[in-house]
Design a protein around this ligand. Structure first.
Ligand SMILES: Cc1cc2nc3c(=O)[nH]c(=O)nc-3n(C[C@H](O)[C@H](O)[C@H](O)COP(=O)(O)OP(=O)(O)OC[C@H]3O[C@@H](n4cnc5c(N)ncnc54)[C@H](O)[C@@H]3O)c2cc1C
Length: 403
């Protein structure tokens, strides 16, 4: 059994973990980043849509993404395309991006251990976490640490082992094929809604390159018991809706993942422990989007941890600035997005057809703010009170309602 000693142990080499490890190592603390798979991003569990403004803010290189400027929506009997003048959205090359994030952590001084599956926590006499244990390539492995960051994503391996949380009850399950396709409009995405695509969620086509797209289906649990993999196969076989426009499609790789959708229900700081990314439930429920939050709050978690470690005090109170920071940035937006999601999840096909008429009324930046859950309050109030269409006013009233 090998034993290691670090200031900070980060569990999970996804975007949250790599970003936390990067930010902490940059501040000079001794960091270990533990990933259970054979390499960073060995398994892709995401569609990788994010926003160019955030990509630039994080310094992610240009060759890691495909820009998108046309946003098409289809329901059983309606269709809308919102075209922007510039590209504001992007589909990431997930593997390349996640590996770039981990490389940044390594360059900053973090040590990365792959093939380490964390399955136990070490506690001190007060019951606080002071390390983790797991199974590594050469058997049992132990990491002692002043602090631990749980960035293990949906499984929340560390906080579950501490007994702080149980399995997420409400979550999204998504299945996706990355495929080679004959006809790809590389700067346009499709979101497909209605019972046939997904009874509680949506289907998508996200282009990655001139001849490569990701076709996927997301299903809300426990709202629907439909298996997203099965539904995806049916849609691809039947070439339903815009899938037909792709012409001949040849699957390259299958992706499957789960994303929490229980709102911001979790406490995210404990003595010597921070939760970040999906393990903290930091995702926009409307389109189940969490990569930019994982990176942004990963970096904040790393910064706050490094400061606490250097000050010699890593108790809950010392880590609270992390929780205050991320809550201030997204809590009210995520709550608003949750209300829109509750409305969307119950729509019938006919109601979806009408909802698309509302979406047609939005300008590109309004549509994007909406889908990103970046609800600037003054803009939402304007839309809720002054928009000429009653239906649009009703939708935005839902957003601006006080939490
Ligand atoms: C089908 C689907 C589609 C999605 N599409 C989008 C999208 O288009 N845009 C977007 O922004 N978000 C999307 N998301 C959400 C996004 O993937 C997550 O919000 C994001 O990956 C969270 O990052 P994370 O680092 O917290 O967790 P993860 O990316 O899940 O990383 C966790 C890491 O921890 C490792 N790990 C887990 N347990 C252990 C353990 N016990 N020991 C060691 N290592 C461990 C895992 O192997 C993994 O590498 C999607 C999610 C799903 C399921």
């Amino acid at each position: 059994m090998s034993e290691h000693h670090y200031d900070l142990v980060v569990v999970g080499g996804g975007p949250a973990g790599s970003s936390a490890a990067y930010a902490a190592a940059r501040k000079g603390v001794k960091v270990a980043l533990l990933e259970k798979e054979n390499s960073i991003a060995e398994t892709v569990r995401t569609s990788g849509v994010t926003w160019i403004q955030n990509i630039k803010e994080f310094g992610i290189p240009d060759d890691c993404f495909n820009p998108i400027k046309n946003f098409s929506f289809c329901s059983p009997n309606n269709e809308v395309t919102i075209s922007d003048t510039v590209s504001r959205a992007a589909v990431l090359d997930v593997r390349k991006t996640y590996r770039w994030l981990a490389d940044e952590a390594k360059k900053a001084g973090a040590e990365i251990f792959v093939k380490v599956n964390v399955n136990e926590v070490i506690k001190n006499e007060k019951g606080d976490i002071v390390g983790v244990k797991g199974v590594g390539p050469d058997g049992k492995i132990t990491f002692h640490a002043k602090m631990v960051i749980d960035a293990s994503g949906f499984p929340s391996a560390v906080c579950k082992a501490m007994g702080f949380v149980s399995q997420w009850k409400r979550f999204g399950a998504g299945a996706e094929y990355e495929v080679k396709a004959e006809n790809v409009d590389s700067d346009s995405w499709w979101l497909m809604v209605g019972q046939e695509y997904s009874p509680a969620g949506y289907a998508w086509i996200f282009p990655l390159k001139d001849n490569i797209v990701r076709i996927g289906v997301g299903v809300g649990k426990p709202e629907s018991d439909v298996d997203p993999t099965q539904r995806l196969k049916e849609l691809m076989e039947n070439k339903t809706g815009p899938i037909k426009k792709l012409g001949k499609i040849t699957p390259i790789e299958f992706h499957y993942g789960l994303i929490p959708n229980d709102g911001l229900s979790r406490k995210t700081v404990y003595n010597n422990l921070i939760l970040v990314g999906d393990s903290a439930g930091q995702a926009n429920p409307l389109v189940l989007e969490g990569i930019r939050y994982a990176i942004k709050f990963g970096r904040i978690a790393g910064d706050v941890s490094a400061n606490a470690i250097k000050s010699g005090n890593t108790d809950e109170e010392a880590l609270l600035p992390y929780e205050e920071n991320w809550k201030k940035q997204i809590e009210s937006k995520i709550n608003s997005a949750g209300r829109v999601q509750d409305r969307w999840i119950g729509l019938s096909d006919e109601e979806w057809d009408k909802e698309l008429d509302i979406i047609k009324e939005l300008k590109p930046e309004e549509f994007l703010d909406f889908i990103k859950a970046d609800f600037g309050l003054s803009n939402m109030i304007k839309l809720a009170t002054h928009h000429p269409k009653l239906a649009v006013r009703q939708l935005f009233n839902l957003v601006k309602r006080k939490n």
